[in-house]
Design a protein around this ligand. Structure first.
Ligand SMILES: [Zn+2]
Ligand SMILES: [Zn+2]
Ligand SMILES: [Zn+2]
Length: 272
C-alpha cells in the first residue's frame, strides 16, 4: 500500500493567501506547502486507488504528485476543506463511488452521505454510498472502516484502511476525546495520520483554551475541534503506531517549529 499525503494543512493552508507571517514566508522560501487535507492510497500491484477526503486543492494536488485518479473516495465530514474538492469529479470520472457515514447529524439533520448526495446531485458520475461506522466495507479493493471521532458541532469520522496486512489509520479532524471503541478499531497501525493543528503552547490563544491535559498539564486538545501537536503524537503512542505523522497543520506554528521532523508536509509518501 502506497500512501501519498496530498494535503497536510488546515483550512487556510500554508502558505495562507495574503499572509506574510514568518511561517508562511519560510514555507515559500523552502518551497513547501501544506494544502487542504487529502490522502491518496494506492495498491501498487493492482493500481487500485482510493482518495480520503476531497480537498479544494484537488486539481493542484493530482497534477503536482502525479498520482492516479481514484477508483473510489471517502468523505470524513462536511467541512469545506475536506469535501468541496468533490466538484472536481466533473468530467474526470465515468463513475466515482463516494463513501460516507449514514448517521444523522443533529446539527444538520442529515448524514454526511446525505449531505454529499444533496450538494453534488448535479454530478451524475458521483455515487454517494452510505456506510455505517465500525462496519468494514470494500472501497476500490481496500477494507475501510469509519470510526466516530470528536469534532463538534459536526459529526466527523476517522478512518482505518487495510489491505494485505498493511494498516493505515487517520484521526480525522478531532479533539483528543476519541471513544475507546474508535481507538480499538484504529489500534496498531503501520502509519497514523493525526490532526495536530497547533502546538500546545498556543492553546491560550483559543477562547476556550486547551483541554484534556496530560499528566504534565500539557493540553492534548486545542479549543473544541482539534488536537494539539502533543495530542496527535500522544494518540500515536496510545495506538502503538509504528509511525505517526502530524497533519492538518496550521501556519500558526512559529517558524522555528513549523518544519520540525514530526510535522508532515505535502508530497510525503509511505509504503506500508
Ligand atoms: Zn501565515
Ligand atoms: Zn473540520
Ligand atoms: Zn479540516
Amino acid at each position: 500500500m502506497r500512501v501519498t499525503l496530498l494535503g497536510t494543512g488546515d483550512t487556510t493552508g500554508t502558505p495562507t493567501p495574503g499572509c506574510d507571517c514568518e511561517t508562511c514566508r519560510a514555507a515559500r522560501d523552502r518551497g513547501v506547502e501544506r494544502t487542504r487535507f487529502a490522502v491518496h492510497v494506492e495498491d501498487e500491484a493492482t493500481g487500485d486507488a482510493l482518495l480520503l477526503d476531497f480537498s479544494p486543492d484537488f486539481r493542484t494536488q493530482f497534477l503536482r504528485e502525479d498520482v492516479a485518479l481514484p477508483d473510489a473516495g471517502v468523505v470524513s465530514h462536511i467541512h469545506f476543506d475536506h469535501l468541496d474538492g468533490l466538484g472536481n469529479a466533473y468530467r474526470l470520472f465515468d463513475h466515482l463511488p463516494v463513501y460516507a457515514a449514514d448517521e444523522t447529524d443533529p446539527k444538520t439533520g442529515e448524514s454526511v452521505a446525505e449531505t454529499v448526495a444533496s450538494k453534488y446531485d448535479y454530478l451524475d458520475n458521483v455515487e454517494p454510498r452510505a456506510v455505517s461506522p465500525f462496519e468494514p466495507f470494500d472501497a476500490a479493493g481496500f477494507e475501510v472502516t469509519l470510526v466516530p471521532v470528536d469534532h463538534p458541532p459536526l459529526l466527523c469520522y476517522g478512518a482505518v484502511v487495510e489491505r494485505d496486512g498493511a494498516k493505515l489509520a487517520l484521526s480525522g479532524d478531532t479533539t483528543y476525546d476519541i471513544s475507546g471503541e474508535s481507538l480499538d478499531a484504529m489500534r496498531d497501525p503501520d502509519l497514523l495520520l493525526a490532526d495536530g493543528i497547533v502546538p500546545a503552547h498556543l492553546a491560550d490563544h483559543h477562547p476556550v483554551g486547551g483541554r484534556h491535559e496530560d499528566a504534565d498539564g500539557v493540553p492534548q486538545t486545542f479549543g473544541t475541534k482539534h488536537m494539539t501537536k502533543e495530542g496527535a503524537l500522544a494518540l500515536g503512542d496510545e495506538l502503538d503506531a509504528d509511525e505517526a505523522r502530524v497533519v492538518h497543520v496550521s501556519h500558526f506554528y512559529p517558524k522555528e517549529e513549523a518544519f520540525a521532523e514530526e510535522l508532515a508536509v505535502d508530497g510525503e509518501t509511505f509504503t506500508l
